[in-house]
Design a binder for this molecule. Structure first.
Ligand SMILES: [Fe+2]
Ligand SMILES: [Fe+2]
Length: 371
């Protein structure tokens, strides 16, 4: 039965598969979202163009006969900039879905999906649509206030920044779409990185890059099979070799973004070890970029402190012991020292990071996540 609440946001569902459009429109209807269905890209454009009112969001299937989801995305983004787009993809279309996000889609959801997961993802996408609309209005207001030359400069700067940030956000959403459990991990690691980098007095520009690297370091896991990522027991040698490819896949994904040049180095080398036995390049000691050395400690800390599907979380004393044991072999001694001092004197800051970005437990209560 339809709920009482009424949402103002209209949603267009575009998919050639009527089973999907039926399920999605029913779920949206129950949540009070007015929606319309199109069975092809061409039909979607005619609905959008016939003046039947504004849509806040379009859910677009990546693969459709005739106009593809990507083509529809391009047209929708240029002709209806106030409407957000979220892609629906089959698991074999993952690469295209990632490409769609690089081109500006807000999110993608893979088929088959649980209907209860759909609404929160849609709400998140709508939040972003509203925020961007408000931003545009604010920017318009500012532009009317200042003289034209200044306006042009500010707006150019903003659009560059926005482009940069939206690309970073799109990539983080790609991780979420693939493995929701990784989201908490990436955010926590990013925040630990910032604390450690600050403690080590690294320059502010580097600190920013290290923080972003923390957020993006595992984005390459989008290229690793779900069966391996979600395996509830220890990995076989072959599976471990496949996981080891993720820093290079991460690099490939962020390669085109020039602003991320330093970040790329940190991401690529976050599994190198101080004694030269890590991967992918077996770099050693100071040869490993400082951001990667910090990231390595932050990443390992999260794995130990939060736990994984195959081992429970450790208490802080055990974690510190483990870092001391691997100081100078796996980890940069200076980074370990800074980290131990931080965590010993300001444990509450780390507790807060964990509270704000809690790990997500699977139904049987075990943790599922990658490192
Ligand atoms: Fe990693
Ligand atoms: Fe990680």
């Amino acid at each position: 039965m339809a709920k009482q609440k009424k949402n103002r946001d209209r949603i267009l569902i575009v998919d050639d598969n009527s089973e999907i459009t039926d399920v999605v429109s029913m779920t949206l209807d129950e949540e009070g979202y007015p929606c319309l269905v199109a069975n092809s890209g061409e039909q979607a454009l005619s609905i959008l163009g016939n003046g039947s009112g504004e849509f806040s969001l379009a859910l677009i299937d990546v693969k459709m006969p005739g106009m593809s989801g990507l083509e529809l995305l391009e047209t929708a983004m240029s002709e209806y900039p106030d409407m957000g787009v979220m892609m629906i993809s089959g698991s074999q279309d993952m690469a295209q879905a990632v490409e769609a996000m690089r081109r500006g889609a807000l999110d993608f959801i893979s088929k088959p999906f649980e209907t209860e997961l759909l609404i929160p993802r849609i709400q998140k996408a709508l939040e972003r649509v509203h925020l961007e609309r408000d931003n545009r209005e604010y920017q318009k207001f500012l532009e009317e206030k200042v003289d034209s030359r200044t306006t042009a400069l500010i707006s150019k700067h903003r659009s560059l920044q926005k482009l940069y940030l939206s690309t970073v956000e799109a990539i983080v959403r790609a991780i979420e779409a693939k493995d929701p459990y990784t989201v908490g991990h990436s955010k926590r690691v990013s925040k630990y990185c910032a604390r450690i980098a600050e403690k080590l007095n690294v320059p502010v520009a580097d600190l920013n890059d290290i923080e972003i690297a923390g957020l993006l370091h595992d984005v390459g896991k989008i290229g690793i099979s779900d069966a391996i990522l979600a395996k509830p027991s220890r990995l076989s040698i072959e599976e471990y070799e496949s996981i080891k490819e993720h820093p290079l896949i991460s690099l490939k994904i962020i390669e085109p973004i020039q602003e991320l040049n330093r970040v790329k180095l940190f991401v690529k080398h976050h599994h190198e070890k101080w004694d030269g036995t890590g991967y992918p390049d077996r770099l050693k000691e100071e040869g490993i970029p400082v951001g990667a050395r910090i990231l390595s400690v932050a990443d390992a800390f999260d794995t130990m402190w939060i736990g994984r599907q195959y081992h429970a979380s450790w208490d802080l004393d055990t974690v510190i012991e483990e870092f001391k044991r691997n100081r100078g072999t796996q980890f940069d001694p200076a980074v370990v020292d800074a980290f131990i001092e931080l965590v010993t004197h300001d444990q509450s800051a780390f507790d807060l990071i964990r509270q704000e970005n809690p790990p997500r437990f699977s139904q049987n209560g075990t943790l599922r996540s990658g490192s």
